[in-house]
Design a protein around this ligand. Structure first.
Ligand code: ATP
Length: 217
């Protein structure tokens, strides 16, 4: 039996916050691997400043090259329609029936899970690995669990067990105030994004600037 992390995102572009949270999840939850599931058609994001799927995929591949245990999944490219997380998790469940699955997300996103398509049912398919973000931390996580899954049992200060057999783990990870929105803004302003994105991503983003300007316009 393997333990698999599923990390969904638009990765527009991938940045150091993403890579670090995958590393923290893998180490703290003892995961065999983390799959970055690149959204093709994100239902909650504007598409007017989205780099093409192939470009985001290429940047992700570069960011993860040489990192054992981390890979890019193109699941979303294969299945048409909006990239609903519930769809991804049910596909993983079917594909890996014996394995333990964890969906990785930022705490600021966890608080909105109840509004996602079948959001409350995510825990039927996978556990949750929650990473602090943007001032949203343990208290907000506890409040969300209490309101959304009232029968969850708090096993420790950072772990809740759900009646579905999965658990939520709030990770002790450094708060990295980095977002893809901020990276895109800096690039369009002609500023450096050094150390905010992996070096190979920084190198690839320079030539992509005209494309970024084009998708933004
Ligand atoms: P954008 O700024 O374009 O909205 P983003 O930086 O939030 O993008 P996404 O690809 O949407 O990046 O993020 C995928 C997942 O990673 C989400 O669950 C998000 O909360 C989480 N995440 C992204 N960056 C961080 C970070 N710096 N710290 C913690 N979680 C993060």
């Amino acid at each position: 039996m393997s333990r698999i992390g599923i990390f969904g995102g638009s990765f527009n572009p991938v940045h150091c916050g993403h890579v670090r949270m995958a590393v923290e999840s893998r180490e703290q939850l003892n995961l065999d691997r983390v799959d970055f599931v690149l959204s093709y058609n994100h239902p909650l994001k504007a598409h007017d400043d989205q780099l093409p799927f192939a470009t985001r995929w290429h940047l992700l591949q570069g960011a993860l090259s040489g990192m054992h245990g981390y890979q890019v999944s193109v699941l979303e490219r294969i299945f048409p329609g909006p990239s609903y997380t519930i769809k991804i998790l049910s596909l993983y469940r079917r594909r890996y029936p014996e394995d333990e699955l964890f969906f990785i997300l930022g705490a600021a996103d966890l608080v909105s899970v109840p509004t996602w398509q079948e959001g409350l049912r995510l825990i039927e398919y996978a556990g949750l690995a929650v990473v602090p973000r943007f001032g949203v931390g343990l208290q907000e996580t506890a409040d969300t669990v209490a309101q959304s899954w009232p029968d969850a049992v708090r096993k420790s200060s950072t772990v809740w067990d759900f009646s579905s057999g999965t658990s939520l783990h709030y990770l002790d990870a450094p708060i990295l105030d980095i977002s893809a929105t901020d990276i895109r803004r800096r690039l369009l302003q002609g500023k450096s994004v050094a150390s905010l994105v992996p070096f190979c991503v920084e190198r690839s983003l320079g030539p992509l600037l005209p494309l970024l300007r084009q998708v933004k316009s």
